[in-house]
Each structure stands twice: as C-alpha cells, then as structure tokens.
Ligand binder design. Structure first.
Ligand code: TSX
Ligand code: MN
Length: 649
C-alpha cells in the first residue's frame, strides 16, 4: 500500500509545526504502540491529545489485540472489504460496480428502542413523567451509576483478539461552522466501511481536530454473548445484552451488542439526533429528523424546504422526487436529518450532517424513486436484501425491474425464494442500501455548502387514512409547533394488535429525543425570539383514503402540486382560506392542470367536525398521559384554541 506510506510521510512533516506542543506527549513519534498493543494502520502521532486520551482509556477497558487508525483512503477501504469477505460478512455483487451484500444475524435486524437510554443525573432532564400507571413512550432514562455498571459489565475485555478501529468522522462538511466531529471506536469493519459512506471519515477529520480538539465520543462493540459462543461468526453480536447509551453532558455514546444500522453507525441517530438535539438545545439551534430539498419553479426561483415524516411515509422518495408539474425542478440535500440554525440575518439555514443514504430497500423502484435507483447500484453496501443468481439484488417492490425467468432468487436468510410460492418476504422489510449521497443524480449543487441552505418552509407529515386534508398551513409559528407536537401516523401495530393503528410521533422524533420532550417543545417555541423571518409551517398527508378505501391523492411526483401551493404561500399569494385546523387552499388554487386522474377535492379537503373532536381529544389524552407537567403552557393553549375552533364549526 505505497500510497499510505506516502501520505504518512507528507502529513508527518506538515504536522510537525502544528503538533509542536503535542510532541511533548510521551511516546509520540517514538513508538507506534499503546500499552503494548501495536498500531497496525495509521499513526498515533496523528491523534490530538484528547483523542489519544479517549483511545487509551478504552483500549484499557476493551483490551483489543490491535489498533487501526482509519485514514478513509481507497486502499484502506479495499483492505476492509477483503477482510469482510474473508470473514463471510459480505459477498460481492458482480452485476454492479463495487457493490456488496451483508447478511446479519437474524436476531440483529433493527434499532432496539427498548434498549436505548439517555443518561442524566435527573430523570426529568431525559423524559417527562408519565401519568400514574401509564408506560412512558418518549424515551428511556438511566442513572450515571447504572450506565457505568452496564458499560463495565459488557465492555471489559470485549475486544480481546479483535482489532479496534479508530474512526474519525465529521457530521456535516469538514470545516463548516454547522458541522461537528466524532470519533467512533469500534471492533466492526462493517461499521468502518459503512461510516466511510455515511460520514466524512478519515485523516482530514483528524487534521480538523488539531484546530479545535472537541469531538463526540462514540464507543461501539458488536460484543460476545456471555456464554462465549458466537452463533454466526460472519455477524458477531450479542442481542441479549444489546444496549445503546447516551450521556449528553459528556457528549458521549456507548453502544454494545449490535452491528446493525442505527445501533452501530453512531453518527446517525445517536449523534446527529439524540446527542445533536442536546447540543442544539445548549447552543440555540435545531437537530431534526427531516429531509431537505431544493425546489425551483418555472420562473427559476429556488427555495428550500425541510420536512419531517414518521416511518413508512416515503421520506426518501419525496427527497428525490421527480416533479410532475412542468417546469419544476427538485434537488436533494438530504433524506433523513437536518441541522438548522438562524444566521445573523435571522434566516434559518440547514445542513445535511450525513454523507450518504441508509435507506429502506423494499418499496424502492423505478416507479417510486427512479433517482434512488440511479444512486444505489454502485459503491453500495446492501444489508439483508435478497440476491439474484446473476449477482444482483432483489426486494419487494423490484418485481418489474428483474426477469424472473432468467434468475433464481435467494432470500435474505440465504434460502431459495420463488415468486408467488414462498410465503415469507425475499428481503427483510428493514433491509437497507448504504450509498454515497454524491451519486444521486439530483443531488443539490449546494448540498455541501458550509453555510447551509436557506429554509423557507417546514413540513410535518403523517400517514392519515381519514380526516386530515392533503395540506394545511399553520396559523403562525406557535401553532406550527403545536402541529408538530400533535403528529400521528398509521403504523403496523405490534403483534398483539390486529391491523394498523394511528401512533403519536411528535416531530417524527419520538425515538430520537435526546432530552425531555416538554423542554424540546419550549426550545422550538423559543425560536420566535431568534428571528423575525421564521419559516412557515405546513402539515401534509399524501395518504387520505376515500369512503371506498381508495387513496384520494396519487402522490409521488404529483406532490409537486402541493409544494407549488406552499411556495406560492411563502411568496404571499392569497390562495389560502382559514379553517378550524389551519389554512387550506382556496377553491381552484391547487394547480391540477394536466392530471390524468380526477381528484375528489371536496373529500380530500373535507374537515369533519366529529373526526377533529376525537383527534383533539386524543392529542389531549396523549399530552396528559405522556407529557404532563412538562407540556409548555403555550402548547396547552394551542390545543384549547383548536378545541374552541372545532366547537364553533
Ligand atoms: O413515497 C410515497 N409518497 C411520497 C413520494 C414522493 N409513497 C410510498 C409510501 C411507502 C413508503 C406513497 N404512497 C405516496 C407518496 O406520495 N402516496 C402513496 C399512496 C398511493 C399509492 C399508490 C397509488 C396512489 C397513492 N396509485 C397507484 O398505485 C396507481
Ligand atoms: Mn430516519
């Protein structure tokens, strides 16, 4: 690997000046080992003092065999992919360029919310106190003492015989004032390869730390079961003892037992949302579960929108949508997370802290998301999708993309799968693609702008089969914050229920709040003091059904008609009329020109009094049971106002 050697010698001389003080540290530049453990890749002298201290204490705890300091290079990635193949973790997908398929242990296939905790001295700093006898659903708290115990029990010696990878990464473009750095210590080469896609990872991040030595500490191990037996050597994990811990005061994340997505790629949900939201609260900005898209109208005027949706609403599809309205263009800044703050002019600006898409594969097709399909068939790690005998991938929704006569399908568990015969899905419903964002054909030219993109509107959405119109506008910021707090969405219920239920998911953040939801609402309300140019807030629902059970709105590219109306509202056009729940389009102001199907606008925008009486009741019950004393008075007042307006319908 001659390029690495070259890089080392170059950076070493360049670093000498900057590192003059750090060179006083014992051993630096003399030995490349740490407590007798050899560094097999990279160089300890490239670590800042804080990074080195963090590494040392966790080497002592985890007792790895080797240390590998990641530089993010192509040759390093090749080495990791080779290793992953040898271990049987991934197989190549020769149908595509540089694509790989990982199959996990079937017990390690999703985030585990019940084992995810926020650790603070006081419980009330993490979660609101639910009503007596009610189980809280707004997060889990753990005391610092219990966290220390949980960590010691699981991590002591957990990397024996393994390599500890040191993964320096930036959430957001390196050097942007809106970005933050993390260092993940992990024993999973799958995590390293995935972090290289999902974040800016490697040497440039260590360089950035030399000017400002602050980072979020991320410790991760796939673990080993207590009885010492690893069931599936190609995917080691410890599902029984899996735990994901966050200590906001220390900017620290500790994750044990799972190699999967949100449990192990610690930059994403753990850092960018949970720890991010606590940093954002302290520093006066917003870390949100939102896509960011740019939309240009036929006059060439461009605006950016951020939008929060619960799962199964097609967030990635919207972020990459091809608009059906002629003359419109949509470009993607991000599909999952937005970090937003008001600039000196009071303009809200957003960055996508991520560098890739970790998207749900099933349902992704040329019909639902052609731009995703153009993004994901190179340089991608697929996890738990099905494979085809010609070296490709398959999942539910891809039926039209492959010829079943020519290929045989192997399901995500490695079993033969026959279309129309096999009763179980070919791909796991939570199977994923992990692809570089820069490959998206409609990635926004400003997606890496260090100042962020200006946000003109914030959308909240949900999958609401009944009662909720296609779009409504909040009356003002406070009302908009209430609309976010009252978000609900249809979800497949847990096993004991039958069918579907409408779940509360405020701000689409329910599993991701880093601190007490009541305080989060106060923080959102306080934005009113930061700016006199607040973005408008809207609620959208692509999923309303007719009395016959058919979708009333065609969705997908046709959603551009809703975005067009929203843009015109931002420009001050008087195309809205008041209703008890907010402002909806005046008759004939939603542009339906050239639509194939007739849309029943009356049914789509109907606001039934009885439904909204029940809805307000349900929101009230939710707030009383789940938020209680922590609910800001302004939100309670918004609910009362809504009830009054409904009463007077
Ligand atoms: O992603 C979706 N969006 C947003 C797209 C930009 N989906 C898929 C959701 C699953 C993740 C949608 N599904 C959308 C939508 O706007 N709307 C619907 C509902 C729907 C489904 C099918 C049809 C119409 C509406 N019509 C036919 O299949 C012909
Ligand atoms: Mn998400």
């Amino acid at each position: 690997m001659p390029d690495i050697v070259d890089k080392k010698s170059n950076t070493y001389s360049a670093d000498l000046g900057r590192f003059a003080k750090q060179l006083a540290h014992p051993n630096v530049g003399l030995f490349n080992h740490l407590r007798g453990i050899s560094v097999v890749h990279g160089d300890l002298k490239h670590l800042t003092p804080k990074a080195r201290t963090y590494l040392e204490s966790n080497v002592e705890l985890c007792q790895p065999e080797r240390i590998h300091i990641c530089d993010g290079s192509e040759s390093e990635n090749k080495h990791l992919l080779n290793l992953l193949q040898q271990q049987g973790t991934i197989v190549p997908l020769p149908k595509y360029q540089n694509c790989w398929l990982a199959r996990t242990n079937p017990a390690d296939i999703a985030r585990v919310e019940s084992k995810t905790f926020i650790c603070t001295e006081r419980r009330g700093d993490t979660i609101p106190t639910p009503k007596d006898g009610i189980k809280g659903t707004l997060g889990h708290w753990m005391s610092p003492a219990d966290m220390d115990k949980a960590v010691k029990e699981r991590f002591t010696g957990c990397m024996r015989g393994r390599t500890m990878y040191v993964v320096p990464f930036s959430m957001g473009p390196i050097g942007s004032p809106l970005s933050k750095i993390g260092i993940e210590l992990t024993d999973s080469p799958y995590v390293v390869s995935s972090m290289r896609v999902m974040t800016r990872m490697g040497k440039a991040v260590l360089d950035e730390l030399t000017t400002y030595d602050q980072f979020v500490k991320c410790l991760h191990s796939v673990g080993t079961p207590a009885n010492g037996t690893i069931e599936m050597p190609s995917w080691p994990c410890d599902p029984e003892r899996t735990i994901i811990l966050h200590k906001p005061q220390e900017n620290e994340i500790v994750s044990y037992g799972s190699g999967y997505g949100g449990n192990s790629l610690l930059g994403k949900k753990c850092f960018a949302l949970r720890i991010g939201s606590t940093i954002a609260k302290r520093e006066g900005w917003l870390a949100e579960h939102m896509l960011i898209l740019g939309i240009t109208n036929p006059k060439g005027e461009k605006k950016y929108i951020a939008a929060a949706f619960p799962s199964a609403c097609g967030k990635t599809n919207l972020a990459m949508m091809n608009p059906s309205l002629p003359g419109y263009k949509i470009e993607c800044v991000g599909d999952d997370i937005a970090w937003m703050r008001f600039d000196e002019n009071g303009q809200l600006r957003a960055i996508n802290p991520e560098n890739g898409f970790f998207g749900v594969a099933p349902g992704t097709s040329n019909a639902s998301n052609p731009n995703a399909m153009k993004t994901i068939f190179k340089n991608t790690i697929f996890t738990n999708v099905a494979s085809t005998s010609d070296g490709g991938v398959f999942w539910e929704g891809m039926e039209k993309e492959i010829n079943f006569d020519n290929v045989k399908i192997t399901d995500w568990l490695g079993r033969p799968w026959v279309k129309g015969e096999t009763k179980t899905p070919a791909a796991h419903p939570n199977s994923r693609f992990c692809s570089p964002a820069e490959q998206c054909p409609i990635i926004d030219p400003a997606w890496e702008a260090s100042e962020g993109v200006p946000i003109s509107a914030i959308l909240f959405g949900g999958r609401r089969p009944a009662g909720v119109p296609l779009v409504y506008e909040a009356k003002n910021w406070r009302h908009g914050v209430f609309v976010g707090s009252a978000m609900r969405s249809e979800a497949t219920a847990a096993a004991e229920h039958k069918g579907k239920v409408i779940m509360h998911d405020p701000f689409a953040m329910r599993p991701f709040f880093g601190y007490n939801f009541g305080q989060y609402l106060s923080h959102w309300l306080s934005m009113e003091q930061r700016s006199d140019k607040l973005p408008k807030i809207f609620h959208v629902n692509w999923f309303r059904k007719s009395s016959e059970g058919k979708f009333l709105w065609p969705g997908f590219g046709e959603n551009s008609r809703v975005l067009d109306w929203i843009l015109r509202r931002i420009d001050g056009e008087e195309c809205a009329k008041e209703t008890p729940i907010g402002l909806i389009p005046k008759p004939n102001t939603l542009n339906l020109e050239g639509m194939d199907e007739d849309v029943n606008m009356d049914e789509l925008f109907d606001i039934p009094k009885a439904f909204w009486e029940e809805e307000a009741q349900s929101i009230d019950k939710y707030f009383k049971e789940q938020v209680g004393e922590d609910l800001p008075a302004a939100i309670d007042a918004e609910l009362k106002n809504l009830k009054n307006r409904i009463d007077n319908m």
